[in-house]
Ligand binder design. Structure first.
Ligand SMILES: [Ca+2]
Ligand SMILES: [Ca+2]
Length: 187
């Protein structure tokens, strides 16, 4: 499935409204920047929570552990996406990318694809020796995950856990929608 955090970009692009600092029915445990993002677009947070619960929950509800798993799946998706061009060029499958392997793969690509592969290789080649070691590949993948999944993105996914209003250890979609409806009526 598409990474949940990629769905967050429109939510995060919206500036928090002026009333974000006022008292609200949001759980007090939420970090301030997460609460502000939810207040800015409660409808989008409800959509995000629905995707999270439907995609990773059980019986219409989700536990904190399942949210952690959803976030780990998103990270794995981003890591895999970052490494794919290099894996496609690792012709002898030894986990290391040589200059010759990159050149052989680049020759089969369009001009933009070739430019992208060589640019990504230069960026990942931390010691500038012309090859990518397993360590350089891992570091590059983690950097791409950090770049694509900002702390606030994951904070919004984790926020769903704070809406467990009946404290049964899981958040039902109804608990989220009730809280978002309450926000709408206090506006
Ligand atoms: Ca290789
Ligand atoms: Ca290197």
């Amino acid at each position: 499935m598409r990474a949940l955090i990629l769905l967050l970009a429109p939510l995060l692009a919206v500036a928090p409204p002026a009333h974000a600092q006022e008292a609200t029915p949001l759980p007090a445990s939420l970090p301030a920047e997460v609460a502000e993002a939810i207040l800015a677009r409660p409808d989008r947070f409800a959509d995000l929570a629905a995707d999270l619960i439907h995609g990773h929950g059980t019986g219409g509800a989700i536990t904190p552990a399942a949210i952690d798993t959803a976030i780990a799946i998103d990270r794995a998706y981003l890591r895999t996406r970052a490494l794919r061009p290099f894996h496609e060029a690792d012709l002898d499958a030894d986990g290391t990318l040589t200059t010759a392997e990159a050149a052989a793969r680049a020759a089969t690509l369009s001009a933009p694809g070739r430019a992208r592969l060589l640019r990504q290789m230069t960026a990942a080649d931390a010691d500038a020796d012309g090859t990518l070691s397993p360590t350089e590949l891992r570091t590059h993948a983690e950097a791409e995950v950090a770049r694509a999944s900002r702390p606030l993105d994951e904070g919004l996914l984790r926020a769903a856990a704070a809406f467990d209003s009946n404290a049964d250890g899981q958040t039902a979609l109804a608990e989220i929608t009730r809280a978002m409806d309450a926000l709408a009526t206090t506006d």
